[in-house]
Design a protein around this ligand. Structure first.
Ligand SMILES: [Zn+2]
Length: 634
């Protein structure tokens, strides 16, 4: 070890970053790099030591792929335990900016000064607070030193500078909030591809762990007419509110709503600062690399990281090391006020918890809205009103034949089975299905993992009878109350929304298969298949699709008149003939007697005779009974 080696106690500035490119930029800001020091085995951080001006600095980065508040808290806590003299805490990196105030390449600085409602103020120490004040005035008078600092960076590390300092060739593009990103690459446009090659997909981007790699192509397919026109302005530094969340925000409308909820004071969104609020008094410095919308990509990340670290360097240049000496170490503050801290932590948790809960609620509401939007996009057919109509017309106590049959039990309990219910016209097939649907929806109403879909085919519903439409509707009905299925549906929606397209039948069948396998059970009931025409192979394609998805777990039930082509498709199915029971016919006729003329109503033997007559005449055609009664009423 060299004679001028330093000890842990010499380090007074703790610098936390979340991403490898933030750490690279931080290292580039050091005037000197120091040899590493020992650390306790319990400390899992990897430290970089060095100095800026008179300050000795410890840099620690969150483990790869573990961005987020909890990880930040762990890293910071270990850091102040191992380096017990740390008096100044910095969280430096990138974040999403809130337009129109904030632009790409700007810097947002947040100090924990009660910006989150209910959060107790940390004393940052006079040295740092003084420096912040001094720097703000200096900037007003002389402008920022950031360009000079970046120039030094470029001279010291010309290789890295190509990636970190290419600001002149970066384009600051803000799209209108309601215009969504379009995926895809315009290969014929060579100019755009050059742009892509240089900034979109550099080698280092693969090092970013879980970061989104699919957005690498940037906005080459997005419509330039949707860009918000703005006058050029130079880089700015903002002081104010930064909001943290556990998930990345990539939604302009949500971003703007969040800003509105926070009284339009929001400048930046990121993922770590919240984790440090109760374990590491620090200021957060964020270089802006995107607008937290669907167009978010990595193009600006390295430059934004460089700008944020340059600001941190400039800030440290304003901190007198003699002032820092007089400050209490962060660890001691945390220890000394342990009891108070517990209380503060409770307050912070309560206070910040409220904001966080608020944010989480907003995110949850947003998620549900998006998923509902996806369901509505998938299919707008609603068979429920028709179903309720049939149920209302059912005679109480009738139509129990299917429900009490062994065939139904077998169909319900054995996965991937088919139940086929043929019947002559007017036998009451539709009523049997309405009763079955009613029964199943009651039986399974508390179990979200069981899906139920039904559809009544009618000649007058031609518009909704194409196989694509029916399969879409079946998917919607099966998955609408089941979270994992909703997410899959939303995935399909997002893919197509970007392209403005509709899914092909193959995609729909695939999704139906996925949902069938996600659900514990999935029942699909189709009434009156014979009313689905087959001139254009609609019925054939529908049945092909359903039977192919059935292998993944569908239980299919269908009714039809006796049509040979249809019966052939259901050769292997469990069969249950729809024939109205004598009991059903009599109880139907009993109720209708009240509609007949007075002289019939007063003559019981005559009523019995009418009932017998009708029953033997209709030959199992329920509809006829109704027609006979109607003719008698007239
Ligand atoms: Zn875009």
């Amino acid at each position: 070890m060299s004679p001028n080696a330093r000890s842990h106690a010499d380090y007074t500035v703790g610098w936390v970053c979340a991403l490898p490119q933030e750490q690279t930029a931080a290292m580039a800001m050091l005037d000197e790099r120091h040899e590493s020091l020992s650390k306790p085995p319990t400390d899992t951080n990897a430290y970089t030591l060095g100095s800026i001006g008179q300050h000795n600095i410890v840099i620690a980065c969150l483990p790869k792929g573990h961005a987020g508040p909890n990880s930040a808290a762990t890293v910071a806590t270990q850091m102040v335990q191992t380096f017990s003299s740390i008096k100044i805490g910095l969280l430096v990196g990138i974040g999403g900016g809130i337009p129109p105030k904030v632009r790409l390449g700007d810097v947002v600085v947040s100090t924990p000064d009660g910006q989150f409602p209910g959060v107790v103020q940390w004393d940052l120490g006079k040295s740092l607070e003084g420096a912040l004040g001094k720097l703000e005035s200096k900037h007003e008078l002389e402008g920022s030193k950031i360009p000079d600092i970046l120039e030094e960076f470029g001279k010291a590390y010309p290789q890295a500078a190509k990636q970190y300092l290419n600001s002149t060739s970066l384009k600051d593009v803000l799209f209108k909030p309601n215009y969504l990103h379009i995926c895809g690459k315009r290969t014929e446009d060579i100019g755009e591809d050059d742009y892509l090659g240089e900034y979109g997909a550099s080698d280092d981007d693969n090092d970013d762990g879980e970061e989104e790699d699919d957005d690498e192509e940037g906005c080459i397919s997005c419509d330039p007419s949707q860009i918000v026109r703005r006058k050029h302005r130079s880089m700015r530094i903002h002081y104010g509110l930064i909001a943290s969340s556990n998930t990345t925000i990539e939604d302009a409308e949500f971003r703007d709503r969040l800003n509105k909820e926070l009284n339009k004071k929001l400048l930046c969104v990121e993922m770590e600062a919240a984790g440090l609020m109760n374990s590491f008094p620090c200021i957060a410095i964020r270089g802006i690399c995107d607008y937290a919308d669907s167009h978010k990509n990595k193009t600006w990340q390295k430059y934004a990281a460089a700008v944020a670290t340059a600001f941190a360097k400039e800030l440290l240049g304003c901190v007198q090391s003699s002032d820092v000496e007089g400050e209490r170490p962060i660890r001691d503050i945390l220890n000394e006020v342990k009891d108070e801290l517990n209380q503060i932590n409770r307050d912070i948790k309560a206070g910040f918890g409220e904001t966080k809960k608020h944010l989480d609620n907003l995110i949850e509401v947003q998620k549900v809205q998006k998923q509902n939007e996806a369901l509505e996009w998938l299919s707008s057919i609603d068979s429920a009103p028709m179903h309720h109509d049939y149920i209302k017309k059912c005679e109480p106590g009738t139509g129990q034949g299917l429900l009490s049959s062994e065939e139904l039990q077998q169909w319900m309990n054995v996965p991937r089975t088919t139940l086929f219910c043929p019947g002559i016209p007017g036998a009451g097939k539709t009523f049997q299905m309405a009763i079955l649907i009613d029964y199943l929806s009651r039986e399974f109403r508390h179990d979200d993992t069981i899906g139920l879909a039904f559809f009544y085919y009618r000649f007058d519903r031609q518009d909704a009878q194409r196989p694509e439409q029916l399969i879409s509707n079946v998917i919607k009905q099966l998955g609408q109350h089941h979270q994992p299925s909703r997410e899959r549906i939303q995935g399909l929606y997002e893919d197509h929304k970007k392209k403005g397209s509709r899914p092909l039948i193959e995609e729909l069948v695939h999704l139906l298969q996925v949902i069938a396998s996600l659900l514990s059970r999935a029942y699909v009931i189709i009434d009156a298949l014979d009313e689905c025409g087959d001139n254009d192979y609609s019925r054939t394609r529908l049945l092909d699709s359903l039977f192919s998805a059935q292998k993944k777990g569908l239980n299919i039930c269908a009714t039809s008149r006796k049509v040979h082509a249809i019966e052939q498709r259901f050769e292997d199915a469990i069969k249950w003939q729809v024939i109205p029971s004598e009991n059903d016919i009599f109880s139907f006729l009993d109720r209708r007697m009240a509609q007949l003329p007075d002289f019939v109503q007063s003559n019981i033997p005559l009523q019995e005779e009418i009932k017998e007559c009708i029953e033997s005449a209709i030959e199992g055609m329920f509809l006829l009974a109704q027609m006979y009664i109607d003719s008698l009423v007239d």
